[in-house]
Ligand binder design. Structure first.
Ligand code: GDP
Ligand code: ZN
Length: 329
């Protein structure tokens, strides 16, 4: 048995770098994936056996994760999907000239929820009209993310801006990069590495139907640690996100503490400090709306998970009923 780390997912097969430095394509041990589906993701530390005469290694165990990037599985009703594990920083990329605030808020919630350091990277700064435009967007984003989160401005043709990103990925650390496809993530990774290690794709003029690479890879940054580009992160449905929402909307949650009712929904309750702030113009209507929508999303998901649990529970008791009727409570 050897220890190793998943450095790439290759059409579903984890590629593991073992302690001895070998790269081994792996499958999961049956015992690991039976019942509860546990699969190794990029960044996972694993135990690997390479049976003699086998071309693939067998992942026998996954070490507990210090961090995980989790979203709701886009293909399932109420299951989590882990996209990466054991990283130190999340870099949230948005195009400077076309920041999508709603998406940024969601990305920040997911990033904060991991407990990692968070940095916003505004890309393609060269597409801004002028310096004033750059400063205006940067200040707007800084106001949104608060003083604790660094906001960088980068451009492919400004090496100094890329160096600032390198400083955020020091040796021994791992950063994951999220953001809509086309924002320039691969280009940034290539600049950091100084070679074309990630395929970049020209954005189609209508902005639709681009094919992106689906493989996720831990790329070694010269003079630094590792960076994981997470392409194809299309749907970013929230999973557990209360802490993430609390961090991304600390302004709203501070107001909520002043509401008269502890379980205030901030809709039409008397003494609602959140609504009062909206009426007074201290809290933007749109920010209020996205807070409410994200809260609702986690609420709905919780209900679905409860329901799924009840269904499983009922099935189990159904089979028990046959042999031994349950006592009335
Ligand atoms: P990804 O999908 O996030 O990995 O985005 P890519 O790195 O593939 O970039 C998408 C498109 O944006 C490509 O055509 C790049 O050449 C272009 N691009 C990337 N970075 C920059 C930049 O700093 N400035 C400009 N003008 N274009 C860029
Ligand atoms: Zn309220």
């Amino acid at each position: 048995m050897q220890k190793g780390r998943v450095v790439k997912l290759d059409r579903g097969y984890p590629l593991v770098r073992t302690e001895s430095g070998a790269l081994v394509r792996c499958e999961h041990a049956t015992a690991l994936v039976k019942g509860e589906e546990v699969r190794a993701v990029i960044g996972d530390f694993v135990d690997v056996a390479v049976p003699e005469g086998h071309d693939k290694g067998i992942i026998d165990g996954i070490r507990p994760r210090t961090r995980a990037f989790v979203r709701k599985d886009p293909t399932e009703r109420a299951l989590p999907q882990v996209l990466a594990a054991n990283f130190d920083r999340v870099l949230v990329a948005q195009p400077l000239a076309d920041v999508n605030v709603r998406r940024l808020e969601r990305e920040l919630v997911l990033a904060y929820e991991t407990g990692a350091e968070v940095t916003v990277v505004l890309t393609k700064a060269d597409l801004a009209e002028d310096e004033e435009h750059v400063a205006e967007v940067r200040d707007r984003v800084r106001a949104l993310v608060g003083p604790d989160v660094q906001t960088l401005v980068v451009s492919e043709n400004d090496p100094a801006s890329i160096e600032a990103v390198r400083q955020l990925v020091p040796e021994g650390t791992v950063a994951v990069l999220i953001g809509k496809s086309g924002v320039g993530k691969s280009s940034m990774v290539n600049m950091l590495v100084g070679a074309a290690v990630q395929e970049t794709t020209p954005v189609r003029e209508d902005g639709k139907g681009r094919h992106t690479t689906v493989s996720r890879e831990m790329v070694s940054v010269p003079g630094g640690g590792f960076i994981v580009d997470m392409p194809g992160v299309r749907g970013l449905g929230l999973w557990e996100a209360d802490a993430g929402i609390g961090a991304a909307f600390s302004d709203v949650e501070e107001l909520a503490e002043q509401c008269r009712f502890r379980d205030c929904r901030h809709v039409d309750e008397p003494g609602c400090a959140v609504r009062a702030a909206v009426e007074a113009g201290d809290l933007g209507e749109e920010r209020y709306a996205s807070y409410q929508a994200l809260k609702q999303e986690t609420h709905d998901l919780r209900e679905r998970r409860e329901e799924a649990r009840r269904m499983r529970g009922e099935k189990a008791s159904d089979s028990r009923k046959k042999s031994k009727p349950r006592k009335k409570r």
